[in-house]
Write a protein that binds this ligand. Structure first.
Ligand SMILES: [Zn+2]
Length: 455
């Protein structure tokens, strides 16, 4: 859910990369994994960027094309398919009787600019492969299985992440319809151009007839009673599995993030002004950036100042104003909020000493979301079934669809080792052995939930 990092290079084919020191162990289906990775390559061709770089965003021709391809694979795996009212591609395998609540499996098919070919995509394909195997095995299912390929997780086009999963969770904010992309096209118009109805009608509370069922975008929303939970497989986007020599890990929770716009105001002036007469906004901001890093580091959480504007930004003028961004992430909201309080006091002290003012405005807030113990246990059973003992528990510092889906049903995630922890970059890479282990683990997790489900 961030912009891709430079520099940009052509994507390396997964076969050509150096192998990991510790291959996964267990009953591997490497052939299945290789064809699954070939599907990742096939999807990577749907891009708006030239030269083999991948950029695929919400409600575009490329979105439509990958939905069609995913639908074809879902059909081949035994599912009935449809595109929901928000452009998410869905497939369903009925349980022992039609209409049972569904266990959702999935991830997203959209990307950041100059993306890798596995972030999100791999999770969708593992979900389809899992349903395929379960369908072929003829197992008696006490619930339905659904694959959801979310159309927007990254928020690349409209600057607002999780649009697909928010629609599914019924938490889509009508104000978002006025968001605009780089071309000035509103999200509302983009839905219409994609053939979807952007209205968000909700039925009257006392309505009982079919005619009062949600229409338009609201029809994408699922009801908690219709769901058993949501499982997602995703590349780790961090180095911990690789460092530990593990193919797979269990996600504990998704970090809560708060973002702030901070303005430091001093006094612009000639660069000949003596130090003791200055109110240098940039020197103060530099001290604040340093404080943010040391305070967050000391508290064991993550903080990033990724954007800085200096005014007037001239070589011979003392900066009079600086605007900076802060992105603050932690496993627990209390820790994050406490650090923000400490930073507020520390920034005020810097401002007082330097004769500056500091103002801050929150621009984003998402609570930390914990994975469900019930579903987490199933993921753990799945990983152990591949022969990997003592699976690692990992905090996800990046956002995922599960954050949104958690508003409507329980969720849990399986992390897959990726080379160097690199993601959102053409160098994103996974091993076929790890994908094989992940598919085995994901299937075993679903089977564990089947076994545990009350008859
Ligand atoms: Zn992702």
């Amino acid at each position: 859910m961030t912009e891709a990092a430079a520099p940009l290079e052509a994507a390396a084919p997964y076969e050509s990369a150096a192998p990991h020191a510790t291959p996964a162990t267990g009953p591997l289906d490497r052939t299945g994994a290789v064809s699954l990775l070939a599907r990742c390559d096939e999807l990577a061709a749907y891009s708006t960027l030239p030269g083999g770089l991948i950029r695929r965003v919400y409600l575009t021709d490329e979105h439509r094309a990958v939905n069609a391809l995913a639908a074809k694979w879902m059909l081949e795996a035994g599912m009935r398919t449809w595109q929901d009212a928000a452009g998410n591609q869905c497939g369903r395998l009925e349980g022992r009787t039609p209409g049972l609540p569904a266990l959702l499996l999935g991830s997203h098919l959209d990307t950041v600019p100059a993306a890798g070919r596995y972030d999100g995509i791999l999770g969708v394909l593992i979900a389809i492969a899992t349903v395929d195997r379960i369908h072929s095995s003829g197992i008696d299912l006490p619930f339905a299985l659904e694959v959801v390929a979310f159309g927007d997780e990254e928020g690349t086009r409209f600057g607002r992440a999780l649009l697909g999963s928010r629609a599914l969770a019924g938490t889509f904010d009508p104000d978002w319809l006025d968001l605009v992309d780089e071309q000035g096209i509103t999200l509302r118009d983009a839905y219409t151009a994609f053939g979807l109805d952007p209205t968000l009608e909700t039925p009257a509370p006392d309505a009982v007839t079919d005619a009062s069922a949600p229409t338009g975008l609201a029809a994408a929303a699922r009801r908690p009673d219709d769901l058993v939970g949501y499982l997602e497989a995703h590349i780790e986007q961090g180095p911990y599995l690789e460092e530990a020599g593990h193919a797979l890990g269990i996600v504990s929770s998704i970090a809560g993030a708060r973002r702030f716009a901070i303005t430091v105001t001093g006094q612009a002036g000639h660069s000949g002004t003596p130090f003791d007469r200055r109110h240098d906004a940039l020197a103060g901001a530099a001290e604040i950036v340093s404080l943010i890093e040391s305070t967050a580091r000391g508290a064991g959480l993550i903080a990033t100042v990724g954007h800085l504007d200096v005014f007037p930004n001239a070589v011979n003028v003392i900066p009079g104003r600086v605007e900076l961004s802060l992105d603050l992430r932690a496993e627990f909201d209390d820790d994050r909020d406490r650090v923000w309080q400490q930073l507020g006091d520390a920034m005020a002290a810097v401002a007082a000493r330097r004769g500056l003012t500091v103002e801050s405005r929150q621009t984003h807030s998402a609570p930390a979301v914990a994975c469900s113990p019930r579903l987490r246990a199933a993921i753990e059973t799945g990983i152990r079934s591949t022969g990997q003992t003592d699976p690692m528990l990992l905090l996800s510092r990046a956002g995922h669809d599960g954050m949104a889906v958690a508003d409507v049903t329980d969720f849990a995630m399986l992390f897959i080792r990726c080379r160097g922890g690199v993601s959102h970059h053409p160098d994103e890479h996974v091993l076929a052995e790890d994908v094989a282990a992940a598919t085995d683990a994901f299937e075993a997790a679903v089977r564990a939930l089947v076994a545990a489900h009350p008859a």
